[in-house]
Design a protein around this ligand. Structure first.
Ligand code: FES
Length: 598
């Protein structure tokens, strides 16, 4: 038998990763059910591993570690993950494990249609079933582009074997020079900004084509504080990454070293039996919420974090998010709330440094996959650029990264990102201009005769989890072209859709219940007067209960139910936005049952 190497200390700039006492012995490993079987099945399982060139003792004496890899040729943010999988394998082998790479659905945010959100639960199911059906003792997850983080983690939580999340890392900054003035630009936020300038006639086609080839110039996730950076930071705040891992740019050599350390550490975690259910607590989720607010994170986190908590049996609600949003100001000076990019955040000390600043709001005794607690992580951190990671008394915004609204238009809640909205629209009353579909809305935005002005409230419905289906990122409705030319760059916009975390504007999102299931959004008409009061957390349409009831009696649901495939399953079982949009049959902390082996 090989010596079991679980006494190693790993270092990730500069925080020590500890190895705790071993609680498992070889015969207790999950993979033993496959390989140590004395009958014909064990004979066949060992035979098939040796078919691939492994030795008998490799499968008999080592824990089997899965590497869930969300690489694909159509997932540009994950273009480097095949190489990173090799780094992870190196670490696993050095620590005495047996690495196996398992490809999983890739979900590149921009190219997957109609929306990656339709497939987040698909990925979660795939990860759970991959790990369940195969002889995996632990798992390293390679992911990062938007839904891939919550999707993979939700599956791993339900499977509940030792898990480390290895974030894909962010792409590099670019520079754009116009009229002699250089600007640092990145993906997402600037895509919308430059497109609006092009629509307004301030950029020509050649400039746009130049930007098209430059703005996403390296592998890695979007480098603004969009959904990808928000969710990988949340994974770190939950204790599921090595310290500082979520802030390392994808193309930095530290990223490869971090991946190797993930491989090395997961082997120790298997012997320690350190599983998500033993590591991630309600306090860990409080830390995740504090980080989301301090980062000015994506509104998408609202659905993902509630769904993730649900998989561990932690009862987290929109009210918890709103409470944290009122306490923790935005301190990370990152687009779209600020004016820097993720590469700058890394140089400024990254997430551990930010967590040091918000330590008063954290539950510091929570454990991490590194074997230490958040106290160790925070104490070892240092802010290196206070312009990027601001002190508590000099926030980027006190308006809050997330506010939860309620009222007769959103009985179960809606969300808004005040820090990326226009101050003058946070209290606003105006006339609704209602669209029933995305194509109808897009056509109207190009109409020079559209009856609207900057005070109009644009409303899109049938864009929620069931109605769209999949709750796409349509909530950042474009500004009507005629108003763009007049210089208007923001308007109040309402929908039951989501919005890209990289986008900005005064957009009320995730209105719940959604219109397709008969939420009040289904009942409003063009010309109705709507009131938004973010400080009072209120979203109201000036209609009496009797008027709403009369309209409800006349309302008929749209005939938009899918007839087959995954979309049908999705529409039948997805929960509403305020509940996280998980499937009703996957919520809760019931552990995935072990397969019968015969
Ligand atoms: Fe992958 Fe933005 S498109 S993170």
């Amino acid at each position: 038998m090989l010596a079991l190497t679980h006494g190693v200390t790993i270092r990730i700039n500069p925080i020590p990763v500890l190895t705790l006492a071993s609680t498992k012995i070889l015969s207790e490993l999950r993979s033993r059910r496959w390989f140590a079987d004395a009958g014909m099945r064990g004979f066949a399982h060992r035979q098939r591993m040796q078919q691939q060139g492994w030795r008998r003792e490799d499968v008999m004496d080592r824990p089997m570690i899965a590497i869930i890899n969300t690489w694909s040729d159509l997932s540009p943010c994950h273009a480097h993950l095949r190489e990173r999988a090799e780094s992870v394998k190196k670490g696993i082998l050095m620590a005495g494990g047996y690495p196996v790479e398992l490809p999983a659905m890739s979900l590149g945010e921009v190219l997957v249609k109609p929306t990656t959100m339709l497939y987040r639960n698909f990925l979660a199911m795939e990860v759970e079933e991959l790990l369940r059906s195969l002889p995996c003792d632990g798992v390293v997850i390679l992911a990062g582009c938007d839904k891939t983080t919550p999707g993979t983690l939700m599956g791993a939580f339900s499977m509940d074997i030792p898990t480390i999340f290895c974030p894909a890392g962010t792409m590099l900054n670019d520079r754009y020079v116009k009229d002699g003035v250089a600007r640092t630009v990145g993906a997402g936020t600037h895509t919308r900004m430059f497109w609006d300038e092009y629509q307004a006639g301030n950029l020509d086609a050649a400039e746009l084509q130049h930007l098209e080839s430059r703005m996403t110039r390296a592998p890695g996730t979007c480098n603004t504080m969009g959904t990808a950076s928000t969710m990988t930071a949340i994974a770190e705040a939950l204790g599921l990454t090595l310290p500082g891992a979520s802030s390392i740019p994808a193309m930095d050599s530290a990223h490869s070293r971090m991946a190797t350390s993930c491989g090395e550490r997961i082997v120790g975690m298997v012997w320690e039996d350190l599983r998500p259910s033993t590591l991630v607590t309600r306090g860990s989720f409080q830390n995740a919420l504090a980080v989301q607010m301090a980062l000015g994170g994506s509104t998408n986190a609202a659905v993902h974090i509630i769904a993730m908590a649900g998989r561990l049996g932690v009862d987290l609600t929109l009210d918890d998010l709103d409470a944290m949003g009122r306490q923790v100001p935005v301190l990370a000076n990152l687009f779209p709330s600020g004016d820097r990019l993720m590469e700058d955040f890394y140089y400024a000390g990254g997430l551990p440094a930010l967590m040091q600043v918000i330590a008063p709001f954290l539950s510091l005794n929570e454990r991490t996959v590194a074997g230490c607690t958040m106290v160790d992580q925070v104490n070892a951190a240092q802010v290196l650029d206070a312009q990027v990671i601001r002190p508590l008394d000099q926030p980027v915004s006190t308006a809050g990264a997330l506010a939860v609204l309620k009222g007769n238009l959103a009985p179960d809640g809606a969300v808004i990102k005040p820090s990326a909205a226009s101050d003058n629209l946070l209290r606003h009353t105006g006339r609704a201009l209602v669209f029933d579909s995305q194509p109808q809305m897009l056509a109207a935005m190009a109409d020079e005769t559209l009856d609207c002005d900057e005070n109009t409230i644009l409303v899109l419905r049938n864009a929620g989890p069931v109605g769209a289906p999949g709750m796409p990122e349509w909530g950042n409705l474009p500004i009507p072209k005629k108003l763009l030319r007049q210089g208007v760059r923001d308007m109040l916009r309402l929908s039951d859709a989501r919005m890209s975390g990289t986008h900005y504007g005064t957009c009320v999102l995730h209105i719940s219940p959604e219109s397709a299931v008969g939420g009040p959004l289904a009942l409003i008409q063009t010309g109705d007067v709507i009131e938004l009061d973010v400080p009072a957390r209120r979203l109201h349409v000036q209609l009496t209960p009797e008027q709403l009831q009369a309209r409800r009696a006349a309302w008929k649901p749209a005939d938009a139910v899918a007839t087959r495939g995954f979309t049908r399953l999705y529409q039948q079982h997805v929960t509403q936005a305020h509940l996280g949009c998980d499937f009703d049959f996957l919520q809760g902390n019931a552990k995935s049952p072990e397969p019968v082996i015969y």
